[in-house]
Design a protein around this ligand. Sequence first.
Ligand code: BV8
Ligand code: ZN
Length: 238
Amino acid sequence: MPDLSQPREWLVRAASVAVLTGAGISAESGVPTFRGPGGLWRDYRPEDLATPQAFERDPKLVWEWYNWRRERIAGAGPNAAHRALVEIEKRTPRFTLITQNVDGLHDLAGSGKILKLHGDIWRLRCTVCGAEFPNRRVPLPKIPPHCACGGLARPGVVWFGEPLPPGIMQEAEHAARSAELFLVIGTSAVVYPAAGLIPLAKEGGAKVIEINLEETAFSQIVDCALRWPAAEILPQLL
Ligand code: BV8
Ligand code: ZN
């Protein structure tokens, strides 16, 4: 376990903390990441499946992938990393959790305010009437699922090439820019505009701590890089 005295001091002193999480924070819950080992699903890449074009071309295949992911996530629960963030939220006057994850594990852990940049795998949206509704059926009884109006339903997530939900990035940018401490946990930092929050936090004067097993494009600019599994090191940070 690396020496945590410096990051601990930053955490105790910070009146405003912002956190950006990625698939890595759910890895120790048994939810496969996108780009890590075993992250690939069959022989497809997320960039090829998580797009409007893929859904247009083969909604059944795309829904099979989401159904498989929903099954994997349904069997998983929040881990010590998710819970540690709930504890930090309780102790910090101004705290914002920004996640790229669509698995809903931060909600289950009890996090309060969560900015979901890429949507929620447990919500569906009708491609015809636009109705948006929760659906936690695992497995889905019918693939692809349909809306009560008869229209084809899609996962309530943001695909590549799609804009993020309006207003969410503005809130996330404000939180990153005004944070005294910015935690980047379990993200390969390759997806934009989410990854752009990291340099933004730095420009805003935040101390940036990266928790990841591997180097990322931003490892050079962070103030502290902790190469350790999040579920082990975050509770130690507390
Ligand atoms: C947009 C939802 C514009 C769906 C997702 C060329 C260059 C730059 C950018 C682009 C480009 N071409 C296109 C773009 C833009 C594109 C993009 O960024 N592409 C990337 C691939 C280059 N972005 C977009 O399209 C975005 N939209 O820009 O719109 C626009 C504006 C107006 C009008 C129209 C259009 C939308 C992006 C959202 C895509 N949706 N997900 C779903 O989930 O099914 S992204 C997907 O990747 C997930 O959300 C995931 O969260 C995200 C990022 O992945 P990570 O979370 O980082 O996960 P990953 O597996 O990669 O990494 C895991 C990390 O954890 C690893 O580093 C590993 O080491 C670490 N780890 C593992 N175990 C642990 C651990 N760390 C700690 N502890 C452990 N135990
Ligand atoms: Zn409908």
